[in-house]
Write a protein of this length. Structure first.
Length: 509
């Protein structure tokens, strides 16, 4: 007999156990588990009537509002595959994700309809709307209100696709990381009960984008797995963050370092001191001073973890039963192996000993099924069942993992991943740009800033302000460079490769 599962059962089970409990709140809006599961199944019916079948992919462009989980689990209940799209992307980037994933439709929220509708049109697929009164598209909420809900979730195999998350590499276009029902089910369950230890009566601060693996799996799916409540925050706003925390009675604050820094800044002028049971941080390293200040101000220890979209995402975590070590991202989670391998050896995994520097490699139930339609790219990062992260670090004799540097040129700005090659390729489209290198420079608030070093075409003229302004129209808000330096030439190695380490060193001077 073939085993069966469906990630949508996370909500189905909680709706059975806690039908009247709030699954999520947003201001004065409260949605119970029974209401969430009902609307998800009504969405599934409407999608089926529009021709979506089990195994089809559906793109989802919705911010952190109740319609995101409704659509997410509705797509899954139908047996289809969710393709979450970054809410800051522009039309051509949206079109790429839809086309590359071969999605059959786009579900888009009214506030994102301008870019979303254009992206869907460019991809040649229909757009269905939520939070919109536009007559030009099928309004999913209106159609669902009178739809007979799907009786139950369609059976899927544990190894079937559940979600495709787009993640850029250091070269080329973004790649779709295929996560299975088993991948996410395991990770959500571990986050709920082994790592975060979410209580049934917890309220989780949900400002982390639900289109991102951290917010989607470690917060949304984990909270629903435990029957807890999400306090949805469509956009993190320091001016209102304390109001949300207080009104929703938040007990678990999940965020990236910039959120904690902003929270502490607000606390300097706001006398309120809500006490959290726990705080969780990821996406970038967190200064010890911030950890100490949050503990003193809000009474909560911040537990840090580590993972990637390709690992569903959590691979290591500072679990309370193992103790904690300053600067560490914790130990491997249950059922997952995290080791250190020779970083410069390709085609095989040669493991290293305790306290030896190398590339972090991961294997276990959390490792993705591969990059969509990119077997060569998949083969580059998966060797003998190990996933090569591209991150450098070491593991001590107690099993605690420490991240030291990144093998890849990834920039993490405010918790968002930005890949230099993608930005460089866009800037190279400008008529005045001859050469460009994009690097990370330190930033007090965002952790890292996107900095472009540009060589202009002979005789061409363009100002820093004008080039930045132009790039804003070509790149998502979190991707365009905020700083541009014009230089006569770029440092090159013997093979003609740009030596970014020399650029970073010169900028530091």
């Amino acid at each position: 007999m073939t085993a069966s599962t469906n990630l949508a059962s996370i909500v189905a089970e909680s709706a059975y156990r806690y039908p009247e409990k709030n699954a999520m709140v947003l201001g004065d809006i409260a949605v119970s588990y029974s209401a969430l599961w009902l609307r998800a199944r009504q969405y599934a019916t409407v999608l089926r009537e529009q021709g979506i079948k089990p195994g089809d992919r559906v793109a989802l462009l919705v911010p952190n509002v109740p319609q995101f989980p409704m659509a997410y689990y509705g797509i899954l209940a139908l047996g289809a595959v969710v393709v979450p799209i970054h809410s800051l992307l522009v039309a051509n980037e949206i079109e790429y994700a839809i086309t590359d994933s071969e999605s059959k439709a786009l579900i888009v929220a009214g506030p994102l309809l301008e870019e979303g509708a254009e992206g869907a049109a460019l991809a040649g697929v229909p757009a269905f709307t939520v939070m919109s009164d536009s007559d030009a598209f099928l309004q999913l909420d209106t159609a669902a209100a009178s739809a007979t809900p799907l009786a139950q979730a369609v059976t899927r195999s544990p190894a079937d696709e559940a979600v495709i998350l787009y993640t850029s590499g250091t070269t080329g276009a973004p790649k779709g990381a295929v996560l299975t029902h088993d991948n996410i089910m395991w990770n959500a369950t571990l986050c709920a009960f082994d790592t975060l230890g979410i209580h049934h009566d917890d309220v989780l601060f949900a400002a982390l984008p639900l289109f991102h693996s951290f917010g989607q799996v470690a917060v949304m799916n984990a909270a629903f797995r435990a029957g807890a409540t999400l306090a949805l925050v469509p956009r993190f706003d320091p001016a209102t963050v304390m109001d949300v925390i207080e009104s929703a009675n938040v007990t678990l604050f999940a965020g990236v370092p910039t959120m904690f820094i902003a929270l502490l800044a607000v606390a300097k002028a706001d006398p309120r001191r809500p006490q959290f049971r726990m705080a969780v941080s990821g996406g970038a390293s967190l200064p010890v001073a911030v950890i100490d200040a949050v503990k003193e101000t809000f009474g909560a220890d911040i537990y840090e973890g580590y993972g990637l979209s390709e690992t569903s995402p959590v691979a290591t975590f500072n679990q309370s039963h193992y103790g904690r070590k300053p600067g560490s991202v914790g130990r491997a989670v249950w059922g997952v192996d995290v080791e250190i391998a020779e970083a410069d050896v390709e085609g095989e995994i040669i493991l290293k000993g305790a306290d030896e520097m190398g590339e972090i490699v991961i294997r276990g139930h959390n490792v993705f099924a591969g990059y969509l339609n990119k077997p060569e790219a998949t083969a580059e990062v998966t060797v003998d069942d190990w996933f090569r992260t591209g991150d450098l670090g070491y593991k001590d004799e107690d099993g605690f993992v420490f991240i030291v540097d990144r093998k890849k040129d990834l920039i993490i700005r405010g918790g968002f991943n930005v890949y230099p090659r993608e930005v460089e390729e866009v800037l190279m489209r400008h008529d005045a740009v001859a050469q460009v290198a994009v690097v990370a420079t330190p930033h007090e608030t965002h952790g890292e800033e996107i900095t472009a070093v540009v060589v202009l075409v002979d005789g061409a003229e363009v100002s820093e302000v004008d080039l930045i302004s132009w790039s804003q129209g070509e790149l998502a808000k979190h991707k365009y460079p905020r700083v541009i330096h014009f230089v006569a030439d770029l440092p090159l190695g013997p093979s003609g490769k740009i030596l970014k380490r020399e650029i970073v060193a010169k900028l530091a001077e």
